[in-house]
Design a protein around this ligand. Structure first.
Ligand SMILES: Cc1cc2nc3c(=O)[nH]c(=O)nc-3n(C[C@H](O)[C@H](O)[C@H](O)COP(=O)(O)OP(=O)(O)OC[C@H]3O[C@@H](n4cnc5c(N)ncnc54)[C@H](O)[C@@H]3O)c2cc1C
Length: 318
């Protein structure tokens, strides 16, 4: 038996989340196969092998040239019927969950989204993330073929040697499956994005105004990071929603999250908790963000941030 990993990509650009899915799949079965949809993904075979794929099944069809949940879901369902894997795994991104839900419905199989831990047996015991990360649910999964996604950032992608032999897989897709198609592409941001930045300088209501974000921008620029914010900030119109961290914003996982003037409400915390280290800057020593942080500076951010900028500049000799 094997585990089949659905590879997420956008016109041949690999989603890093897929490497997490390949890594997580190795915890449920030693024989990991990858499934790529669309000819543009053929070039990914080497990378997938370097992350443990023993076989890369490549599916070509005009309807798979761009992302479309119905066509992708039907292609996954046909691959499952043809290959009979013990399990199918994807990453719990928006696209990953949508495609797996489509496949599960077509196969009439149960699907468990956003798993954190899986204990494998005839019946799987699973801990999964619910309600944006504010709740962990324990459940069991009993099905002939088990369909799951791993929560984004639940595991860190790691390399492993796989044979990576390439195999073509044919599917038949009806034109009606092209119901949802990508019609237009808008470039949201150039360079490092909030979701992937190694450092995020987050500002909350304590920053006080849109203009007062300038030192946070300067610090993020000096350290190669980006600025994020809380919903209090977007509600006040100080920054765009694209900068919001949290349940109704972006999930971040930087090496360091500097949370400045942010209280750490649960809806913010679930978007920030995958950060490897958190530094809270807050006047309130009892603030939730301060008590959960790895490091804290109790003080006025309008004094602390300029002091950090000065020290960084001094050390850089700038
Ligand atoms: C359904 C729902 C979804 C939500 N989704 C999100 C979400 O995605 N993201 C999100 O962020 N919130 C979200 N919220 C809102 C969330 O509940 C909080 O209201 C919000 O996160 C608070 O933002 P804040 O920490 O900036 O403000 P506050 O809670 O007001 O905290 C401000 C902090 O700044 C500190 N402070 C003040 N002045 C200074 C200073 N000079 N120096 C240093 N510290 C100072 C204070 O001590 C305080 O801790 C959601 C709420 C709901 C109901």
């Amino acid at each position: 038996m094997s585990v089949l990993v659905v590879i997420e990509h956008d016109r041949g650009t690999l989603s890093p989340a897929s490497l997490e899915a390949l890594t997580a799949a190795r915890t449920v079965d030693a024989d990991v196969h990858a499934l790529t949809l669309g000819a543009s993904a053929d070039s990914l075979a080497g990378t997938l092998a370097a992350h443990g794929a023993s076989v890369v099944h490549q599916v070509h069809h005009d309807l798979l040239n761009d992302f479309g949940p119905e066509a992708w879901g039907e292609a996954v369902a046909q691959a499952v019927r043809a290959l009979q894997p013990a399990a199918v795994v994807a990453c719990g991104t928006d696209r990953g969950n949508e495609v797996m839900a489509q496949a599960a419905a077509r196969l009439d199989l149960p699907f468990v989204a956003n798993c954190n831990e899986i204990t494998v047996g005839d019946t799987w015991s699973i801990v999964r993330v619910r309600w944006g990360g504010s709740l962990l649910e324990q459940c069991t999964l009993d099905a002939a073929t088990k369909l799951v996604t791993f929560a984004h950032h639940a595991v860190e992608a790691a390399e492993a040697i796989g044979a990576g032999s390439v195999s073509a897989l044919a599917v038949e897709l009806d034109a009606s499956l092209g119901r949802t198609v990508v019609a237009e592409r808008v470039e949201r941001a150039a360079g490092v994005t909030l979701a992937t930045a190694p450092l995020v300088v987050g500002g909350g209501r304590g920053v006080g105004s849109a203009e007062a974000f300038a030192p946070l921008e300067e610090l993020a620029g000096l350290l190669g990071g980006v600025v994020g914010c809380s919903r209090a900030v977007t509600n006040n119109g100080w920054r765009n929603h694209t900068d919001q961290v949290g349940q109704t914003g972006t999930r971040i996982a930087p090496d360091l999250y500097m949370a400045c003037g942010i209280s750490g409400a649960i809806q913010h915390w679930v978007g920030a908790m995958a950060s490897k280290k958190i530094l809270a800057i807050n006047t309130d020593a009892e603030a939730n963000m301060v008590t959960k942080a790895d490091y804290a500076v109790i003080g006025d951010l309008h004094k602390v941030i300029p002091a950090i900028i000065e020290e960084v500049r001094r050390r850089k000799g700038a």
